[in-house]
Design a protein around this ligand. Structure first.
Ligand code: BGC
Length: 739
């Protein structure tokens, strides 16, 4: 236990003592529901206390030039992204929030914190198609949060991936709203199961980073409900997150953080959401957002940096004094915050749970194992472990570790990075934070462990000519391709940086046994694809990523990941071959038209009859699976059963996927169910899927309800969105439902 953690435990015990002496409002309130408690305690607050709860302060972060704010008491040492002072007389604990989805981050807030478990990126968890894994990771993150005294995790990135250039796709789960919602909800359930509030973020359509604070995302209202909003809606229902974080961008001309339509009408109205809405850091320009449904201004110093002033402090107080901001609304904001605190029990924390870092490391390893996707294999894999092969490993800093994405989600691992190189860039505050970070799990070292008979040589991939020298004298080449993606940047194209495509081309041209391992947060163009004998997508695989890569390459682990985003042939196939605003300086107002509406990703390619490079849902195994006996029932929704059999000679996991392909009101493709199942050779299992009816419906904007068309609906059971194995039909009753 480090000195830092020991001090945090001390602080926690002290705050537990404060909260157990809850005093005047105590006994009755302790048995009451979170709503009742929130109402009762809110009534006892002074206005000063109320105003203190609706903001948070970011800790000192020298990397992006934020000094320590004098409003943060000096004895607070566990600084992070957000601090809201306690109100001890009423047992309200300080609110302390941290990023989040891939582990507890620390871009400099806590100089003596030795680091946390660096889990694989969310897209890796998305690729596992395994909700239980998302939950395990969430629970581990929740425990590491508690051990530091953090009671709010800024996790649950559920934006759907609309654009393969988006720098933050690695922080999200997939291009499909249902899949994203299921995985994000389990991650949130894992965190909240440890008594820590989690957000779902960034609400909504924060799908590109280019000029994100000035980005106006244009979308049809009904299509929005069927896509990005549906992901939030399902995830909210499945996890009841204590908070929602609003996005930076505008939607149809109005900032998401100040949109009464999004926050009051849809989230709190139609969906009945009872938690609170916090802004993203630097997303609040006006105090009026409070009228439109925003409950808390986060990291208020970031609004000063971004927009020149804080919104929910002096300006909101002035509006209150002038009667422009009603007392009821202030009370509602505070009650929502308190309700989430009470619902998650953050005021009743006892001692932090024991944290088993070795176990967390296992969870990170297992997530990487299940999330690595084998894209192509012409017999090169698994590598023979019993032969004295000469293996040349090329590039990707594979001698040192595995890369991770950058920005607020980057996790400093226990023991520190294996390496870090600043890349820089002029993209607002985050430019300085764009780094190539290497997590210390070296694929070269791990391969040496698993291939003791092999002769392994490493070449840094410095020039094509130099790498080709090693490739020529090797039996097998494993070439690594990496890319630094992250917050505040979109990539202008799908190439690998630093001339890596040329290096891979060179080695694959001289050695026909070239295997390529990609460690990127997005699809890349792979101009050398036909020359590679095998291609593996390892994404940002976290602190045990090198081991997981080596295990999959050598067959110790049978690959089972499936792509949660489509790999297009090229950008011309995508809805926006040109990315609006990419050529402009940071800060240029930009309009992005999401004209594809709800037809995101595989849905778009199906509609356009485009064959993609690797389809959504695609992923190879070292065994094979067959599907049979597809039976589909109709009526109110589609219920399907089918049998999956492992027809190969190795144990493995498969992810059968059920899609709607056609409906009476129009041809369209929707993932309506999936299940990850592990099977021994020869083993069969019957899978049952009952579809969320909203996935079969269209959103009727006039009725503000979902509408299923009467009649025949066609489905297919497939191995990917473009690999249909069995088809069937069901008749559904036409109806209008939900909201
Ligand atoms: C990001 C959020 C993050 C917040 C706090 C922002 O820059 O967009 O995802 O939670 O910072 O670190």
């Amino acid at each position: 236990m480090t000195e830092f953690i020991r001090r945090q435990l001390g602080t926690l015990m002290a705050s537990a003592a404060i909260t157990s002496g809850i005093g005047g409002n105590g006994a009755a309130a302790q048995d009451a529901s979170p709503d009742e408690r929130a109402e009762e305690v809110e009534r006892q607050l002074t206005d000063n206390e109320r105003f203190s709860l609706i903001i948070s302060l970011i800790g000192a972060i020298p990397l992006i030039g934020v000094p320590r704010d004098r409003r943060i008491p000096e004895d607070v040492t566990n600084m992070s992204a957000g601090y809201t002072p306690a109100i001890p007389r009423l047992g309200i604990p300080a609110l302390q929030s941290s990023d989040a989805s891939m582990g507890i981050t620390n871009p400099g807030y806590r100089p003596d914190d030795n680091g946390a478990t660096a889990f694989p990126a969310s897209i890796v968890v998305g690729s596992s198609f395994n909700p239980a894994l998302a939950r395990d990771g969430g629970a581990a993150i929740g425990r590491e949060a508690r051990m530091r005294g953090f009671n709010i995790m800024l996790a649950g990135g559920v934006n759907i991936t609309r654009d393969p250039r988006n720098g933050r796709n690695f922080e999200y789960y997939s291009e499909d709203p249902f899949h994203s919602a299921v995985l994000a909800a389990e991650a949130v359930n894992g965190i909240q199961g440890e008594g820590v509030i989690s957000t779902l973020k960034h609400h909504t359509l924060n799908c590109n980073e280019t000029n994100r604070h000035w980005l106006d995302a244009i979308i049809d209202l009904a299509a929005h409900r069927e896509s990005d909003l549906l992901a939030f809606q399902i995830a909210v229902e499945r996890s009841q997150p204590g908070a929602i974080m609003s996005g930076y961008n505008k939607i149809n001309g109005e900032y998401a953080s100040g949109s009464s339509y999004l926050l009051n009408e849809v989230l709190k109205g139609a969906w009945g959401y009872k938690g609170y809405v916090m802004s993203d850091w630097g997303a609040v320009q006006k105090w009026e957002y409070a009228l439109n449904g925003l409950d808390q201004e986060s990291g208020i110093q970031m609004d000063v940096k971004q927009w020149g002033a804080e919104a929910f402090t002096d300006r909101l107080r002035m509006a209150y004094a002038e009667g422009k901001f009603p007392k009821d609304r202030l009370s509602d904001m505070v009650q929502r915050i308190l309700r989430s605190a009470y619902a998650m029990g953050i005021d009743k924390w006892g001692p932090a749970p024991a944290v088993d870092m070795a176990k967390h490391s296992e969870i990170a390893l297992e997530a990487a194992r299940q999330g690595i996707v084998l894209l192509k294999n012409d017999g090169a894999l698994p590598l023979a472990t019993d032969k004295p092969l000469k293996i040349g490993i090329v590039g990707g800093y594979a001698q040192g570790g595995v890369p991770t994405g950058t920005g607020s989600g980057a996790v400093l691992p226990a023991g520190g990075y294996a390496g870090s190189v600043n890349i820089g860039g002029a993209h607002g505050a985050m430019g300085a934070a764009r780094n190539l970070y290497l997590l210390p799990s070296s694929p070269v070292a791990e391969l040496k462990k698993l291939l003791p008979q092999a002769q392994i040589e490493f070449d840094g991939g410095y020039t094509p000519a130099e790498s080709a020298l090693l490739a020529r004298r090797s039996d097998v080449v494993i070439a690594f391709g990496i890319r630094v993606e992250g917050e505040a940047f979109d990539l202008p194209d799908l190439s690998l940086p630093w001339g890596q495509d040329a290096v891979i081309e060179a080695v694959a041209s001289v050695n026909p046994n070239t295997i390529v391992v990609l460690e990127t947060g997005n699809p890349v163009s792979m101009p050398w694809r036909n020359k590679a004998k095998a291609i593996m997508q390892a994404w940002y695989p976290g602190q045990s990523g090198g081991q997981a890569i080596a295990e999959v390459l050598t067959g110790k682990v049978n690959p089972s990941g499936r792509l949660p985003i489509t790999f297009p042939e090229n950008l011309a196939q995508t809805p926006r071959p040109e990315l609006p605003g990419i050529e402009t300086p940071w800060g240029t107002p930009t309009t992005i038209r999401y004209d594809e509406g709800a037809e995101v990703g595989y849905r778009w390619y199906a509609q356009k009859n485009e064959r993609t490079m690797y389809a959504f849902g695609h992923g190879l195994s070292y065994t094979s699976f067959s599907y049979s006996d597809l039976k589909v029932g109709g009526g109110k929704t589609i219920a399907a059963t089918f049998t999956v059999t492992n027809t190969g000679s190795r144990e493995g996991a498969d992810v059968p996927q059920l899609y709607l392909t056609d409906a009476p009101d129009g041809r369209r493709m929707r993932l309506i169910g999936f299940e990850r199942i592990a099977l021994k050779p020869g083993e069969s299992r019957v899978v049952s899927i009952s579809t969320d009816p909203r996935l079969l419906a269209r959103f009727d904007g006039a009725a503000r309800q979902w509408r299923i068309a009467d009649g025949t609906h066609r489905v297919m059971l497939g191995k990917s969105a473009q690999d249909s194995v069995l088809t069937a039909e069901a008749t559904l009753d036409g109806r209008l439902f939900g909201g």
